[in-house]
Write a protein that binds this ligand. Structure first.
Ligand code: UT7
Length: 331
């Protein structure tokens, strides 16, 4: 426990308007709505216009979260963005978002841990406020994955979409702490399971790299699938035990939205029924670090989250990386 406690004061999200359906992919390559729905649960995803970058989506989500929290941007002390699709490799997208919100001068930085961005980012934000370093921290998961999709790889092209989810974490008394437990992990021994080969220091961008589409997402889907369910379930069990809770105490399971089959397998092994599992994958596909805060934001929008509800967040992604958090909702 820290000097103080942490609560979530507001959550918002934003998804670009353009909808790309499974039928759109049927026109692009050899696939079918039936294959995509049965293998992934996805029906639609959102793509950003060419002139829209991650900071634009993040700023919209941030404004939504501020509005819901009844806070002004100048009441946020630090801005964190979790993304694998930053505006630029550097500077950090968070610096641009803070300036968009007229908060230039405030601390702002990015974390890059792929689909686990929110699972890592929420504990970082909570730790800042629990230790007294900041009063309020905004953590935004945002992706414009449509910009790095390899349309020549039908196995991965259908999966990814764009979106942003913003969460404001604020200081409360230690006795009112909502951050009950977290367990994080990573294994970089095979980074190529899910990665963007070119554009970094291992393989700087080149004409050959672009011609071979090495500047786009590459993924070993089947390998990730196996690891994902195990890691989500293992860490979820650890956090529940640490918080002295059982699956029956969990009001909402909010998993990373990567594949409906992964979500269903994890939920089954955790003994959490479908009506307590938050799923919006059919509308947005996999939005990486944005998926969990977007799902949380939609749950709040439906009026389904109540004071005292226990939330189990669980996710995994590139790295590989994974983790789970148990969080008590305080209205
Ligand atoms: O956020 C973390 C990011 N990544 C993930 O979570 C990915 C996790 N993995 C998955 O979600 C699944 O592995 C996929 C959805 C990517 C693939 O599903 P799968 O059941 O593992 O399929 P597969 O890769 O084993 O492919 C089965 C077949 C193959 O054909 P053959 O070799 O059996 O003839 C593929 O070529 O399905 C074929 N296939 C497709 N067919 C129609 C692959 N993609 C498609 C497609 N449409 N879009």
């Amino acid at each position: 426990m820290g000097l103080y406690g942490a609560r979530i004061a507001g959550v918002g999200h934003y998804a670009p308007e353009r909808i790309v359906s499974n039928a759109d992919f049927e026109k692009m390559f050899d696939t079918s709505d039936e294959w995509i729905v049965s293998r992934t649960g996805m029906k639609e995803r959102r793509y950003s216009p060419d002139d829209v970058a991650s900071s634009d989506l993040a700023t919209r989500a941030a404004k939504h979260a501020l509005e819901r929290a009844g806070l002004a941007a100048d009441e946020i002390d630090c801005f964190i963005v979790a993304t694998v699709t930053p505006d630029y490799l550097f500077p950090a997208t968070a610096c641009i978002v803070a300036s968009n919100l007229k908060q230039a001068g405030k601390p702002a930085f990015d974390i890059e841990i792929a689909c686990s961005g929110f699972i890592y980012g929420l504990p970082i934000a909570a730790s800042f406020v629990r230790s007294g370093v900041f009063h309020r921290v905004m953590i935004i998961g945002v992706e414009t994955l449509s910009k790095i999709i390899n349309m020549e790889d039908r196995g991965s092209a259908i999966l990814f979409g764009d979106g942003a989810g913003a969460t404001i974490v604020e200081r409360v008394a230690a006795a009112d702490d909502c951050f009950l437990a977290c367990e994080l992990g990573a294994d970089g021994s095979n980074p190529k399971l899910l990665y963007q080969p070119a554009g970094g220091s291992r393989e700087p961008s080149s004409i050959a790299a672009i011609e071979q589409r090495r500047d786009k997402v590459h993924m070993e889907g089947r390998e990730i699938f196996k690891v994902a369910v195990n890691r989500m379930v293992e860490t979820a069990k650890v956090v529940l035990e640490r918080a002295q809770l059982t699956p029956a105490d969990v009001k909402w399971l909010i998993p990373h939205q990567a594949n409906l089959r992964i979500i269903e397998a994890a939920a089954k092994r955790l003994h959490v029924e479908r009506d307590r599992t938050v799923i919006n994958i059919e509308k947005y596909g996999n939005t990486s670090s944005a998926s969990i805060p977007m799902a949380l934001s939609e749950l709040i929008g439906r009026g389904s989250l109540h004071d005292g509800d226990v939330i189990l967040f669980t996710g995994f992604g590139g790295g590989l990386s994974w983790g789970s958090i148990v969080w008590r909702w305080a209205a």
